[in-house]
Design a protein around this ligand. Structure first.
Ligand code: GRF
Length: 201
């Protein structure tokens, strides 16, 4: 299968997916990395791995719809089968999500359904939880919703801060995302489009 990874930033999760595909742990090929931000460091990571990159600046489009159309066209053009959101900081339209439903996954730095939205790690610190983690899930039109594929946990110690928790969670994100992608591309799991629930095959 052909994978696209969508990023906006440093791309450490992208790196974990590059490593997992090039080692053969995930039997798939990342054919394109798309960023909505021109200076995202993840673009450099992709270039270093000889993966095609594309910048589609959201600021160049008047509406979300037009931006998502450009994104969709680029994915179709690259003959992409699966789209991984990896720190992609744009909300996607319902229309776009429906076109890719079942083939579109995201990683969120919290144990969903807890702490949706931005600053999930700060929310976790403020809530005083002792266990935190990350979730890889299918994308649904409603943000940070969708069937859960994998989760990994970390322990939160009393001296953890938002910054240390971000780093702690990132180390397990880099384990969770390749695992989830492997399950998807090897057809071990699928999204039941009718119920929105995960099906283990
Ligand atoms: C990760 O924490 C991810 O869970 C969140 O954005 C961050 C991206 O980090 N959605 P990176 O660019 O992969 O390093």
């Amino acid at each position: 299968p052909k994978i696209a990874v969508l990023i906006s930033g440093s791309g450490t999760n992208l790196q974990s997916l590059i490593d997992a595909t090039s080692s053969g742990f995930v039997p798939a090929e990342i054919v394109i990395v798309i960023s909505n931000v021109g200076k995202a460091y993840g673009l450099t990571r992709a270039k270093q791995a000889a993966i095609k990159t594309l910048v589609i600046r959201h600021s160049s489009y008047q509406t979300r719809q037009l931006f998502d159309n450009a994104l969709h066209e680029a994915l179709v053009e690259a003959e992409v089968d699966v789209v991984c959101l990896a720190g992609f900081m744009r909300i996607l339209t319902e229309d776009f999500v429906n076109k890719w439903r079942g083939k579109l996954i995201n990683i969120h730095p919290a144990l969903l359904p807890a702490f949706k939205g931005t600053h999930a790690q700060r929310q976790a610190i403020e809530a005083g939880v002792t266990v935190a983690g990350c979730t890889v899930h299918f994308v649904e039109p409603e943000i940070d919703n969708g069937a859960i594929i994998t989760q990994e946990t970390v322990h939160v110690s009393p001296d953890d801060t938002e910054e240390t928790l971000i780093e702690k969670i990132k180390t397990v994100e880099h384990v969770a995302y390749p695992k989830a992608l492997k399950l998807l591309v090897t057809n071990k799991i699928t999204l039941d489009l009718k119920s929105g629930k995960l099906r283990r095959n």
